[in-house]
Design a protein around this ligand. Structure first.
Ligand code: PLP
Length: 400
């Protein structure tokens, strides 16, 4: 290293900027990969630097373009989702925005859905609309509409979710991808709720994830991922490096740490969610429960064909409408009233805090969000405690 050669000439105020290097012997390594919390990387000389910049040799140079801590997480997530490559972003929404901006050009048409995450709809309807990209917004259940639009309007991409948030509708992924492929449209699945181990076998072109949810798992860090085969990610990486929604190495490290317990957490949260859904189905104040793992879910069969497990979001309806929802949310002790989902702690959102306020009457009907809708994100607490909490809060919420 250059600095160690000239160490005897260094003044102390130079030394603090060029501290002693510590090199691990080749046969000695940390069990947990270190965080490369460095914006810059250097080579021994300018020829090697130029060779790297021309893509002729491996290495790292500037962290907005690539960083070893991010690369390790990218490789892990791509492998789990069953695709060749991954591109990390600073939030889930940044992954959605970067994917859409990089994939579309003026005059393109996008097929999107009423049941999609609010900011995704905003990007499609408003932001991309300003750049001359048109769209059609359907319900994910509208199979005939999907076929009609894909056959009748040249479409650049179809962006969708499954299960949908909050009422856990299951998209028929085989139907969607077959019709999209037939008509030359790319499919983009925001797979945040289903996780990295689900849907990889489907013919989806691009997966999006908010790493803020199940991946990090502890509600303390945000991130996003775009996962697809190599050529798609290489093309996108060029654009995204210039858009700049980079994930910080420390955030990548925390997400990587979260991933070590991903399967344990996801499986236990699903088991807790199923037990809670079964409790709610039997409760006299609950008129309807949405959870794809319930045999009574209208798309349970499709869900079992497409997914290994069904996620930790349970949504239900209360007979007493918005006021009963509020009383329930306020009375719960272990479910915090808060945004997001998929972390270790349980959360609740009563109807007044669920999205879709901008929907037309027709879209609102399709969304299935009602005055009495309550969304739970089920965490890792003891399931008996969670059920007791719901039981006491439902008693308090019911004001005859
Ligand atoms: C399905 C889905 N996609 C994307 C996002 C956005 O992720 P982030 O909050 O990390 O930007 C969310 C957040 O709730 C989500 O539920």
């Amino acid at each position: 290293m250059r600095v160690s050669i000239i160490v005897h000439h260094m003044k102390k105020n130079t030394r603090v900027i060029h501290p002693p290097g510590v090199v691990l012997p080749a046969d000695n390594r940390p069990l947990v990969a270190p965080i490369y919390q460095s914006v810059k990387f250097t080579f021994d000389d300018s020829l090697q630097t130029e060779s790297f910049l021309r893509g002729e040799r491996a290495g790292f140079f500037y962290s907005r373009t690539s960083n070893p801590t991010l690369r390790q997480l990218e490789l892990l997530l791509a492998e789990l989702q069953g695709r060749e490559d991954c591109l990390l972003t600073g939030s889930g929404v940044a992954a959605v925005a970067a994917c859409l901006l990089s994939s579309c050009r003026q005059g393109d048409h996008i097929l999107a859905f009423v049941e999609s995450y609010g900011p995704t709809r905003y990007l499609v309807q408003h932001l991309l609309g300003r750049y001359g990209v048109t769209h059609t917004l359907l319900s994910i259940e509208d199979r005939a509409g999907i076929e009609r639009v894909l056959a009748g309007t040249p479409t650049r991409l179809v962006i969708f979710e499954s299960p949908t948030n909050p009422v856990t509708k299951i998209a028929d992924i085989g139907h969607l991808t077959a019709h999209a492929r037939q008509h030359g449209a790319m499919t983009v699945l925001d797979n945040t709720l289903a996780g990295f181990h689900n849907h990889g076998g489907c013919a989806v072109d691009i997966f999006l994830h908010s790493l803020t949810k199940y991946a990090s798992g502890h509600g303390d860090v945000m991130g996003g991922a775009i996962i697809a085969n190599g050529p798609i990610i290489s093309r996108m990486r060029k654009d995204v490096v210039s858009l700049g929604p980079t994930l910080d190495p420390h955030a990548a490290f925390l997400i990587q740490r979260g991933m070590r317990t991903y399967f344990l957490r996801y499986e236990r949260q699903c088991a807790n969610a199923l037990a809670i859904a079964e409790f709610l189905v039997r409760h006299p104040r609950v008129t309807r429960v949405f959870y794809p793992g319930l045999a009574s879910h209208p798309q349970h069969l499709l869900a079992t064909q497409q997914m290994r497990d069904f996620g930790a979001m349970v949504t239900f309806e209360l007979a007493g409408g918005a006021a009963e929802c509020d009383r329930l949310a306020d009375a719960l002790r272990y479910f915090a009233i808060s945004a997001s989902l998929g972390s270790v702690e349980s959360l609740v959102l009563p109807s007044r805090l669920l999205g879709g306020k901008e929907f037309t009457r027709e879209q609102r009907t399709a969304s299935l969000i009602d005055e009495g809708t309550v969304r739970l994100s089920v965490g890792l607490e003891d399931v008996g405690d969670l059920i007791e909490d719901l039981r006491q809060a439902l008693d308090k919420a019911f004001a005859p």
